[in-house]
Design a protein around this ligand. Structure first.
Ligand code: NAP
Length: 305
């Protein structure tokens, strides 16, 4: 799995095909999508165009998608993965993740897709599907060649250890929120010990949440004095420093940008090394600030409590 990929959350439908095409042209090979992002068809169009134009072959790309919460029941995992592959226009995902360890009541995709968090009545409806059932169906996707790898997202240590008790096929990857304000060092240590690769999402901390009014009043990391000083010293941007802080420790990143020049800048974040002391200084910014917490939607979704 490439260490630097491109995140597709909030990439608008209208620009998504062009953005994916431009990202491939700029050298990106990993795309991080999800049913929930509502742009799988458009992302697939970008991929198809890049393949047609001879920029890449399918096997050069690493395409990730995620199973949404309303599809945790065995048969829904099977049918939705098929629908998602059809939307992308591909035969297999390189990585398919369980988006959240949260099972919500099934919503027929013909009624609403993506279904998001709320039912028609504006409320959250839980469904009693245990992770063991969901994981068993995910394993069948590997057996059938629809997913090369399967993994988890937004899971803590106790749930990962439980999945390992029954898993026939181990999770290859854990994708979690991880940035200098939320360093998650114990989780990083655990996944390293277990041989599970870790992907950081929202690497820039509050940056992607300002536009959603979900930044919890956290000051920007990209204009933080500490990061600024390190960036100036290395003649790099603050975005590159924040990304390198992760990749230098073997943590994959999937930054999102709608700007071509930022795309290129983010991809080249591994062209320099930070000093050990600098890595420590950045880690010391940790304030356990979690920006993406489903408990903010409904207290019954407090998966990180
Ligand atoms: N598994 C999950 O539950 C989950 C949850 C959240 C995210 N994710 C994944 O992680 C990906 C990334 O996370 P994210 O979208 O939250 O945010 P992010 O990549 O941390 O930050 C994106 C924000 O940073 C800006 N930005 C990007 N590159 C920049 C640069 N070089 N200089 C200055 N600003 C820059 C972008 O603005 P512009 O676009 O205007 O450049 C955007 O506002 C998502 O797209 C998604 O694939 C997964």
């Amino acid at each position: 799995m490439p260490l630097v990929g491109f995140g597709l959350w909030k990439v608008t439908k209208s620009s998504c095909a062009d953005t994916v095409y431009d990202a491939i042209k700029a050298g990106y090979r990993l795309f991080d999508g999800a049913g929930d992002y509502g742009n799988e068809k458009e992302a697939g169009e970008g991929v198809r165009r890049a393949i047609q134009d001879g920029l890449v072959k399918r096997e050069d790309l690493f395409i990730t998608s995620k199973l949404w919460n309303t599809f945790h029941a065995h048969d829904h995992v099977k049918s939705l993965s098929k629908k998602q592959l059809d939307l992308w226009g591909i035969d297999y995902f390189d990585l398919f993740l369980v988006h959240f360890p949260i099972a919500l009541k099934f919503v027929d995709p013909a009624h609403r897709y993506p279904p998001e968090w709320f039912g028609d009545d504006g409320k959250v409806h839980l469904q009693n599907t245990p992770m063991q059932e969901t994981w068993g169906a995910m394993e069948e996707l590997v057996d059938e060649g629809r997913a090369k790898n399967i993994g988890l997202s937004n899971c803590n240590g106790s749930l990962i250890l439980d999945v390992l008790r029954y898993a026939r096929i181990q999770p290859s990857v854990l994708q979690v929120e991880l940035h200098p304000y939320l360093t998650q060092q114990p989780l990083v240590n655990l996944t390293k010990t277990l041989g599970i690769a870790i992907t950081a999402y929202s690497s820039f901390g509050p940056q992607g949440y300002f536009e959603l009014d979900m930044d919890k009043n956290a000051p920007s990391l990209l204009s933080h004095d500490t990061i600024n000083a390190i960036a100036t010293k290395h003649k790099k941007t603050t975005a590159q420093v924040v990304l390198r802080w992760a990749t230098q420790r073997g943590i994959a990143v999937i930054p999102k940008s709608n700007h071509v020049e930022r795309l290129a800048q983010n991809l080249s974040c591994s062209s320099f090394d930070l000093e050990e002391e600098e890595l420590k200084t950045i880690s010391a910014l940790n304030i356990n600030l979690r920006l993406n917490d489903p408990a903010d939607i409904d207290p019954r979704l407090a998966i990180f409590a």
